[in-house]
Every structure is written in structure tokens, then in C-alpha cells.
Design a binder for this molecule. Structure first.
Ligand SMILES: *[C@@H]1O[C@H](CO)[C@@H](O)[C@H](O)[C@H]1NC(C)=O
Ligand SMILES: *[C@@H]1O[C@H](CO)[C@@H](O)[C@H](O)[C@H]1NC(C)=O
Length: 212
């Protein structure tokens, strides 16, 4: 009898125990999800009671269970980008193109030190391109085209020596186009359809006014 009471109490305890919750990276992804509208249920598999986000759809981890890819292109998602995404220290691919992400690009995305590719094109993002992107030293692909971004192209980006593809066409940028570093190689189409963006800077010691 006593042991049966003990067993029942044990089972009750188990049932009442809080579910094991997801890790630090899973929490960052849940912070993103919490503010989004997801009418096509792309994020339905994001179960916060799992120990890590590695089995969630659209999330890829490495062998150490660290998130290395987030693939949510063309997923009919709308809402803001959470600054918590900047916590994904091993993220290599941030693929959020072709949705209705809106608001500013969080400067915290500049903390994604392992990032190889950031595709935010085809959304409704506004505000400026964060200067913090100059910290993304591994970045090879940066596509921000077809949004509503304004302000000038941060000069700091000329230090991104691995950058191979850069596209900011179809935005509302202004000022002049950098020519240094990787910017020497980007085609003019990468800057197209920004009505207030002027031509490439002239070379020389003249102090140009990049403000706009
Ligand atoms: C996208 O979401 C809208 C509602 O906001 C819905 O009407 C539409 O069917 C969705 N499209 C797809 C392809 O799921
Ligand atoms: C600029 O906009 C026009 C009209 O929408 C489009 O046909 C053209 O492809 C755009 N150019 C670039 C570089 O995206």
C-alpha cells in the first residue's frame, strides 16, 4: 500500500514537473517566433520543450548541436526580426528572403561572427543598413535587395574582404557608392533602383560628404 502511494506520488510529480525547455539558441529562435505572424504554419514544428532546436524544420545544426542554418525563405511570414538572432554564434546561413519581414534590421545581427550568407531580400525592411555588419568577417553573400532600406551604404563595409556578392537594388538608399575593397568588383546592377543613390565615389583625398 505504502509503495503504491509512493508510486502514484512519483507519477504525479513527473506529470507536474515543468517540461524540459529548449537551450539558449532555441530560446533565441522562440524569441523570433513570438513576434511573427505565421499563417502558413512554417514554424509549427518549433516545439520549445525539446532540449535543442536541432530537430525543428528549417533549422540545421552541426555535430555539436549548434545552429548553423536558418532557412525560412518564401515562408509567408510577417513581423519584425528579433535582436536575439544575434546570439546564434555558429550561424552560417541566414535565409529569410521572400517574406514580409518588416521594421529595422537589428544591429545585433552584426554579432553573427560565423555568417557566410545573409539573404534578407524581398521583404519590407526599413531603416539603415547596420554599421555593425562590418564585423561579419566571414560574410560572402549579402543580399538586401527589394526592401525599403534608407540612408547611405555604411563605409565600414569596405573592410569585408570575403564579400563576393552584394545586392542592395530596389531600396531607397542615398549618398554615393563605395569603391574600395570588395566594392571595386560589384556590378552597378547591385545598386540599381535607388532613386537617391548617386554614382560611384571619385577617388582622391577630397573629403566627400557621405551624408544624405
Ligand atoms: C499566406 O498567408 C495569407 C494570410 O496572411 C494566406 O491567405 C495565404 O494563403 C498564404 N499563402 C500561402 C502560400 O500559404
Ligand atoms: C528596376 O525596376 C524595374 C521596374 O520595376 C525592373 O524592371 C528592373 O529590373 C529593376 N532593376 C534592378 C537592377 O533591379
Amino acid at each position: 500500500m505504502a509503495s503504491r502511494v509512493a508510486l502514484v506520488s512519483f507519477l504525479l510529480l513527473l506529470a507536474a514537473a515543468p517540461a524540459m525547455s529548449t537551450n539558449y539558441e532555441g530560446e533565441a529562435l522562440q524569441a523570433l517566433r513570438a513576434r511573427l505572424s505565421d499563417p502558413s504554419n512554417a514554424l509549427q514544428s518549433w516545439n520549445p520543450s525539446l532540449v535543442n532546436p536541432c530537430t525543428w524544420f528549417h533549422v540545421t545544426c552541426d555535430v555539436r548541436n549548434r545552429v548553423i542554418r536558418l532557412d525560412l525563405g518564401n515562408s509567408n511570414i510577417s513581423g519584425p526580426l528579433a535582436p536575439e538572432l544575434g546570439r546564434l554564434q555558429d550561424l552560417q546561413y541566414l535565409e529569410l528572403y521572400g517574406n514580409n519581414f518588416e521594421g529595422k534590421i537589428p544591429e545585433e545581427l552584426g554579432n553573427l561572427k560565423s555568417l557566410i550568407s545573409m539573404d534578407l531580400y524581398g521583404n519590407r525592411l526599413e531603416g539603415e543598413i547596420p554599421k555593425s555588419f562590418a564585423k561579419l568577417k566571414s560574410l560572402r553573400f549579402l543580399r538586401l535587395n527589394n526592401n525599403k532600406l534608407s540612408g547611405s551604404i555604411p563605409r565600414e563595409l569596405v573592410t569585408l574582404s570575403n564579400l563576393k556578392v552584394f545586392d542592395v537594388s530596389n531600396n531607397d538608399l542615398c549618398g554615393t557608392i563605395p569603391i574600395d575593397g570588395p566594392f571595386a568588383t560589384f556590378p552597378i546592377q547591385s545598386f540599381g533602383n535607388n532613386s537617391r543613390l548617386n554614382g560611384p565615389e571619385l577617388q582622391g583625398p577630397v573629403p566627400y560628404d557621405f551624408g544624405c
